[in-house]
Design a protein around this ligand. Structure first.
Ligand SMILES: CC(=O)CC(=O)SCCNC(=O)CCNC(=O)[C@H](O)C(C)(C)COP(=O)(O)OP(=O)(O)OC[C@H]1O[C@@H](n2cnc3c(N)ncnc32)[C@H](O)[C@@H]1OP(=O)(O)O
Ligand SMILES: NC(=O)C1=CN([C@@H]2O[C@H](COP(=O)(O)OP(=O)(O)OC[C@H]3O[C@@H](n4cnc5c(N)ncnc54)[C@H](OP(=O)(O)O)[C@@H]3O)[C@@H](O)[C@H]2O)C=CC1
Length: 293
């Protein structure tokens, strides 16, 4: 008992929006990728093309497949283009006010039967659902970064999420060849409840002078077999997103063990957001990343 999905809208063409568009188009869905500016849309379509081209070079897909998938993605800066979507996945900035504003704009445009999902990393699905006109048709579909590579998707139901919505989300995620894990609607769900305190602790380790950026990342890569060091991973996720998640954990669970490291706050205040802004715990503006501490 699930709803037929053909057209998928994605709101926010950042790193996650691009990744979600990438995997949806490869699975045969018609994708409308919406963001605020034409420049962002153009840059995002170029990023998706580049990521697919790399998969062609590595023999992971054929060039015809790449062309077909790309032809399924349409960029848009007009919210009216979401009117024909069966499912819309919100993947905009991790800020509750931004997301609430988006729901206020898109809900009047969507078909009554359309499902609405959020890719939020941490925010309450129940609270976000209450900001829409369709709490029964709303849930969390939380992809991992980089989406084309990571196998997991967390599914999170709000208190009002209907069974049909949940079943449809499960079928949809399986059609993308991803593995589902179901999390209850508590701050940051499962992956980020565990991962982000580890990253925050790595930043405290740097802040307290226990080790340099390089020492901490090398320690966790070679000493714990993590594919990326925690500071490299923080830069990869985006330091603004990391800080938002820690704030949600701190506020939502009211435990001082989740307090965001002041050094993380400082980097975000400086606009050093990691890879996406060119600088974070590493400086990415040269040929190779250079630690900033
Ligand atoms: C914050 C949240 O809400 C939740 C989260 O997502 S938390 C973050 C979860 N993600 C992680 O923990 C990632 C940890 N890092 C890794 O697993 C690996 O370093 C990595 C997969 C990102 C890269 O692996 P690697 O072996 O160093 O790199 P590399 O061999 O160049 O790439 C492996 C594949 O990833 C792809 N890839 C790498 N970065 C990519 C990106 N940004 N976008 C798309 N594809 C990417 C490459 O194209 C390559 O794909 P193919 O195998 O299809 O050719
Ligand atoms: N980064 C990660 O590793 C992961 C992130 N997530 C979640 O996915 C979501 C997106 O994260 P991510 O892609 O990393 O963030 P990015 O900062 O890369 O992208 C966010 C995008 O949303 C756009 N945006 C902001 N406001 C609006 C709006 N009102 N309407 C449409 N688009 C808007 C931004 O535009 P502009 O740049 O112009 O502001 C930007 O293009 C967040 O909720 C995050 O928590 C989930 C899993 C992993």
């Amino acid at each position: 008992m699930s709803v037929m999905i053909k057209n998928v809208g994605i709101v926010g063409a950042g790193q996650m929006g691009c990744g979600i568009a990438h995997v949806c188009s490869l699975a045969g869905y018609k994708v409308t990728l919406y963001d605020l500016s034409k420049e962002r849309i153009e840059a995002s379509l170029a990023t998706i093309n580049g990521n697919m081209a790399r998969q062609v070079t590595n023999g992971k897909m054929g060039d015809d497949e790449r062309k077909t998938a790309l032809s399924y993605i349409t960029g848009s800066t007009d919210v009216q283009d979401l009117a024909s979507m069966d499912l819309v996945i919100e993947a905009a900035t991790e800020d509750e006010n931004v997301k609430r504003k988006i729901f206020g704009q898109i809900c009047p445009v969507l078909k009554p039967e359309a499902l609405l999902a959020t890719n939020t990393s941490s925010l309450s699905i129940t609270r976000l659902a209450a900001a829409t006109d369709r709490p029964e048709q709303f849930m969390g579909i939380h992809f991992m970064n980089p989406v084309p590579v990571m196998k997991l998707v967390e599914l999170v139901r709000g208190i009002a999420t209907g069974e049909k919505t949940f079943e449809t989300a499960k079928d949809f995620v399986r059609s993308l060849d991803k593995t589902i894990t179901v999390a209850e609607d508590f701050p940051a769900f499962i992956v980020n409840r565990i991962l982000l305190p580890m990253i925050n602790e790595a930043i405290y380790t740097l802040y307290e002078g226990v080790g340099s950026v390089e020492a901490i990342d090398t320690a966790m890569k070679l000493g714990a077999n993590h594919p990326m060091g925690p500071l490299q991973l923080a830069d990869f996720i985006g330091l603004d997103t990391c800080l938002s998640i820690m704030q949600v954990l701190h506020d939502g669970l009211a435990d001082s063990k989740y307090r965001p490291c002041p050094l993380l706050v400082k980097y975000v205040e400086a606009g050093w957001l990691g890879r996406k802004s060119g600088r974070g715990f590493y400086d990415y503006r040269g040929e190779v990343p250079v630690p900033t501490r």
